[in-house]
Design a protein around this ligand. Structure first.
Ligand SMILES: [Zn+2]
Length: 259
């Protein structure tokens, strides 16, 4: 028998490097020693932020391009996450309040935006509009998915256009930015909501830190692109600790009830 921790039961904390038992990480996936947040899967996030969740009909399609190795990567991501794509949406309730909840999953090809994720985002926006419900998006994305090239970039515009129509219709929209929120997602709909809040510690930006440092040849402050720094500079409405997120969501939904 090996003296090393068994896979799947113990997981090393990326911050304090201690081995933490699966049960100690808990549903919220917080390190009991240093408070570090692991990135949540879409399934865990849905459990955290809703009491009931009814998924929308699942849109799927074959990838538009045969980009080398893409099929294999997709199949791997599907196998690892048990999800068919990087975004899941459905109608949800929390403390008796109904809303449409959409969640991006960074475990699925870094939550990247492609044609299907774009189509599912528009589907969630349409569902909120038709059912006159608030829309809550939990964002976790590395940006546009390069394997679908220009078609991924196109989603920035089409999703944003649908999102603007929902805002114009007067539905309450809330975006919860989680780690990481980057690239084309930041540059399109991530900041388009009525209220934009972030989970504490999240990295939020457009280009990556290293790219900016190498291009500008300037040292960047340690809190660069961190949620707290963005809040200080007026880009976010609030920064919320993970254990408080459900209560904050409840409060915001109550404050923005239509009737
Ligand atoms: Zn830790």
């Amino acid at each position: 028998m090996s003296h090393l921790p068994a896979n799947g039961i113990w997981q090393q904390c990326p911050k304090c490097r201690r081995n933490v038992h699966r049960l100690e990480w808990g549903n919220l996936q917080i390190c009991p020693h240093c408070g570090h947040y692991l990135r949540l899967s879409a399934t865990r996030r849905i459990q955290q932020l809703s009491e009931k969740f009814q998924p929308l009909p699942e849109l799927t399609a074959a990838p538009p391009f045969a980009f080398p190795g893409y099929q294999k990567k997709l199949a791997q991501a599907q196998q690892q996450t048990g999800a068919s794509e990087a975004f899941t949406a459905g109608t949800a309730t929390l403390s008796d309040q109904a809303f449409v909840l959409g969640v991006m999953d960074s475990h699925f090809m870094m939550g990247t935006l492609n044609t299907i994720v774009g189509a599912r985002l528009r589907q969630a926006i349409t569902a909120a509009q038709q059912q006159q419900l608030p829309l809550v998006l939990v964002i976790a994305s590395g940006g546009a998915r390069m394997q679908e090239g220009i078609l991924s970039l196109l989603q920035m515009n089409t999703v944003l256009a649908a999102y603007d129509a929902l805002n114009a219709a007067g539905n309450f929209t809330l975006n919860i930015l989680t780690d990481p929120t980057m690239g084309g997602v930041t540059a399109s709909f991530a900041f388009a909501a009525d209220a934009v809040i972030a989970e504490a510690g999240a990295t939020i930006g457009f280009a990556g830190r290293r790219v900016i440092e190498e291009t500008s040849r300037e040292p960047l402050p340690p809190d660069f692109q961190k949620a707290a720094s963005l809040f200080e500079h007026g880009q976010l409405d609030a920064v919320v600790a993970r254990p408080d997120l459900a209560a904050t969501l409840t409060q915001l939904l109550r404050l923005h009830q239509r009737k």
